[in-house]
Design a protein around this ligand. Structure first.
Ligand SMILES: C[S@@+](CC[C@H](N)C(=O)[O-])C[C@H]1O[C@@H](n2cnc3c(N)ncnc32)[C@H](O)[C@@H]1O
Length: 466
């Protein structure tokens, strides 16, 4: 089998939308053949023909905001076999035993591929199980309490049978196993335990509705790198900043995958520059503006700090690319038809400590947000090149009287010569029977990034200049 398993970010729909868009439009051509709320299985068109495909996977990992790990798939066991071997109630002992032996045999064959050599080697492995959904009861009751211990001990036994000098596994805290509340190991643990080394491996058992994919992790997100940029930059304001992951995802929706170093992108609500910092590490030519002169200065200082950290030269006249200006003056401060893309989080409303009344939110939308969003599209239409895209967030405000309310961004964009670009291509997403996994019609045009009980939720849209 020549498939790869991608461990998705916490917002799986957004992660899948990003991944599918990249597989459709970038040099990494491929297709998602199966998915769950935690993983996606990808078949590439030609990746494996490349001798150094691991480098390509690392590039892809670096590009994606919604991907935690990438692993190579070695085999698949259908869900019926798994549920026969690991039923919720055991009454046919013989059948269970026979099925478990069959599962062991499949795992044994995989191990020959996962480790380059087993004989006389000191081996170490960590088993990570990703369920179809973390809130499926099958996960805590069976997969954590029975399947995981089975895998740990059986893999060890098989490795000894195959001649390993020593075989050890990563043991999760006993209390988590007993309670069934278990998170598979995080990327930084992979790095800490050297699980990319030849004699060490993270072995992933990734479930979907169809069955379980057995895979070995090849590359993982380096959270320390993103965290460092986000937390150590000299000027920060967490209240209004978007997350590094979301910044990367939004940048990918601009569909600018080739020659990024020559593509000019703009954030006209630049704040402290989070979006631009991540655009910089993705090689874009960055430009920004903000009504607040102090924010523009902070962006300038943050960008210079990052260039220094990366030991890169500061481009000539860099500071002239960041300007203090109201959005209404955008086309006066930047050239017309200049930018390849705009990626931004505009003003989404005040920082509410408690939910506003419906009438208050309505007033805010009618008197401030709608005129602001109209100005954004009017000006974006002037400074963007033809077919240039804008990827932006807009607010959904949750009110005390219960109703959520939002500006009609789609209509405003259409009135200003923009077309709405679906974030998900319905024809490329396979069907799932569980409603929690499905993509509904509203997911196709926009996706939401929000935590539970958040007062202002972010809606993410992509538009293209006609
Ligand atoms: C949500 S923040 C952007 C945060 C930024 N994306 C970040 O992550 O650091 C919105 C920014 O919009 C700016 N802003 C508000 N009204 C504006 C206007 N009319 N024109 C330009 N900028 C404006 C504010 O000064 C603020 O920095």
């Amino acid at each position: 089998m020549e498939d790869f398993l991608f461990v998705l970010g916490s917002n799986f729909r957004l992660s899948i939308a990003e991944l599918d868009n990249v597989l459709k439009n970038s040099q990494f051509k491929g297709r998602i053949k199966d998915y769950s709320a935690n993983i996606a299985i990808v078949e590439f068109e030609s990746l494996l023909e490349d001798k150094i495909y691991i480098n390509k996977l690392m590039e892809l990992q670096f590009l994606l905001g919604g991907c935690q790990k990438i692993a190579k798939v070695y085999d698949f066991i259908d869900i019926h076999t798994i549920k026969t071997g690991f039923p919720t109630h055991i009454d046919k002992f013989k059948l269970v035993e026979r099925t478990r032996n069959k599962i062991k045999e499949i795992i044994g064959n995989c191990l020959d591929n996962i480790f380059r050599r087993i004989k006389k080697k000191n081996l170490f492995y960590a088993v990570s199980i990703y369920p179809n959904l973390f809130d499926d009861e099958y996960y805590p009751d069976i997969l954590v309490k029975h399947f995981l211990p089975f895998l740990n001990t059986e893999i060890m036994a098989i490795l000894y049978e195959k001649g390993a000098k020593k075989a050890l596994y990563y043991s999760y805290p006993e209390k988590n196993i007993k309670s069934g509340h278990l998170n598979p190991i995080f990327p930084h643990v992979l790095i800490k335990y050297g699980l990319f080394n030849e004699d060490r491996a993270e072995i992933i058992f990734g479930f979907t509705e169809e069955g379980v994919y057995i895979a070995r992790t090849f590359t993982a997100d380096d959270p320390n790198f993103k965290k460092k940029i986000d937390e150590e930059k000299p000027f920060k304001e967490f209240k209004s900043s978007i997350s590094p992951k979301l910044a990367l995802i939004m940048l990918n929706f601009l569909n600018l995958f080739e020659k990024r170093e020559s593509k000019k992108i703009l954030d006209p609500f630049v704040g402290n520059g989070t979006m631009l910092l991540f655009a910089l590490i993705q090689d874009f030519q960055i430009y920004g503006s903000d009504i607040d002169a102090e924010s523009v200065e902070h962006t300038n200082r943050n960008i210079n700090w990052l260039l220094d950290e990366l030991e890169e030269e500061v481009p000539l006249f860099l500071s002239e690319r960041f300007k203090a200006a109201d959005i209404k003056d955008l086309s006066n401060i930047f050239e017309k038809n200049f930018f390849d893309g705009i990626c931004t989080e505009p003003f989404l409303g005040p920082y509410y400590k408690k939910r506003p009344y419906y009438v208050q939110a309505r007033h805010l939308i009618d008197t401030e947000l709608t005129p602001l969003y109209e100005t954004i599209f009017r000006e974006a239409n002037k400074v963007l090149k033809s077919k240039g895209r804008i990827c932006m967030t807009s607010p959904i405000i949750s009110t005390i009287d219960g109703k959520d309310i939002q500006p009609n961004v789609k209509q405003i964009a259409i009135n200003n010569n923009f077309k709405l670009i679906p974030m998900v291509d319905a024809e490329r997403i396979i069907n799932k029977s569980n409603i929690k996994l499905q993509f509904q019609r509203q997911h196709l045009t926009n996706l939401i990034d929000a935590k539970k009980n958040q007062i202002i939720k972010r809606k993410i849209y992509v538009f293209e200049k006609q």
